[in-house]
Design a protein around this ligand. Sequence first.
Ligand SMILES: [Cu+2]
Length: 504
Amino acid sequence: MTNPLLSRRTLLVGGLGLASVGALSACTSSGGNKAGMPSRTFGAPSSVSPSAGQKVVEASLTARPATLDLAGRQVSTWAYGEAAPGPLVRATAGDFLRVTLDNQLPADTTIHWHGIRLRNSADGVPGLTQDPVKPGAKYVYEFTAPDPGTYFFHPHVGVQLDRALYAPMVIDDPADPGRYDAEWIVVLDDWIDGTGTTPDDVLKKLIADGGTTSPGGMGGMGGMGGMDHGSMGGMSMGTPPWGDAGDVQYPLFLINGKPATDPDVLTATPGQKVRLRVINAASDTIFTVALGGHRMTITETDGHAVQPAEVDAFYIGMGERYDAIVTVKDGVFPLVARPFGKTSGGQAVALLRTGSGAAPDPGVTPAELSGQVLIGSQLQPAESSRLPNKSPDATVDLSLQGSMKPYQWGINGAPFGQNEPLTVKAGQRLRINATNMTMMTHPLHLHGHTFALPSGLRKDTVLMAPMQSFAIDLDADNAGDWMIHCHNIYHAEAGMMIALNYVA
Ligand SMILES: [Cu+2]
């Protein structure tokens, strides 16, 4: 308790009139249990076996320090192996996955299988579903992946996601009609690790820069405390509603681990139908994604089919996934992911090459970026993706709260570890009245389930604009203790998380 950040944090939390256990204590290290979390221990993972005839897909991942070459710039980081993103894990819906994590990091870690409706004990949340995996230790994740779709995985410890600890995961649909000739997995990231700082240092600085006073007192948790941070320009007419979209100024943005000056390239043949699987693995960046010279037909989000929507571009929040089909033209085209609301670091660019031609400038602005830009929550669900018609059996409120100054984020009046877990009974249709009471946009993510927006659109991660509300419904069909949290990893680590616990 000698850490000055922690002691000041304790004071701040005390200002909430709440118990002063610092949920942020974990911020000051890369691992370890959060103070304020239930002090549960789990031991070895419970054993589970594949059922008769179930195909077993095995993989192993070593988390370790690595040096990456980002267009000639060497950065020290932590990775799954020697590259960012880590290796693709791919299976077919219904397969049994057995993935061994070998922790060669100098810190505790875990793996969370983002978006997968898996058994609770494989969900990768230390203190809630498993013990942290210690340095030098191994942990075997065994689970069935029931639903096809585009997913990814990453640690659920500290701000480790903002290193290179992320990789795509694809669960194929055995009934897929095969409407495409080629596939391009596109993983977006914002990069700062090893550029003179680390994500842990970034978080410390955010907290330090947040100061000790809250405009309007800890009314801050009431919600409007972010008003002083940046402008409200994003709220004006004709511009997207994300308000002040990020906390961190990144020096680089990556597609498939590569900066715009050394872009990833997909080679295809003119006329082919290419399926894009776009994953936002960034920690603090909403992107606008466009493919120069093409319109894209969005077919899925977060693994769920939508009514096909042809767009020029789309927004993608941290943790979201969008699948699109594009019939490719002849030439060389930039796939651009432009960071929303960031004033430095340029943009992420990859290339689609189907013919001859020079590569576009790394700063290229495809006309599509200023065309029709989809806000994903406005998609309509495919009929096959709808929840059955049913009235809610129970309703709970979920209020996203906090501010930049002080740098303090929470749900339902307190940071994680001090807020009261939401509860649900198995078999219930639960309605969560979610409201963003802050002046920033937050991607709200639910573990182990997906939810339906009022339109019926199924998601596991949804962007909530400042002061926006959604009534989201879920079927409680996967018992356990689960997280609901903001997928801005800095907000989450600062407390913007809450548990959803199944109760008898
Ligand atoms: Cu957030």
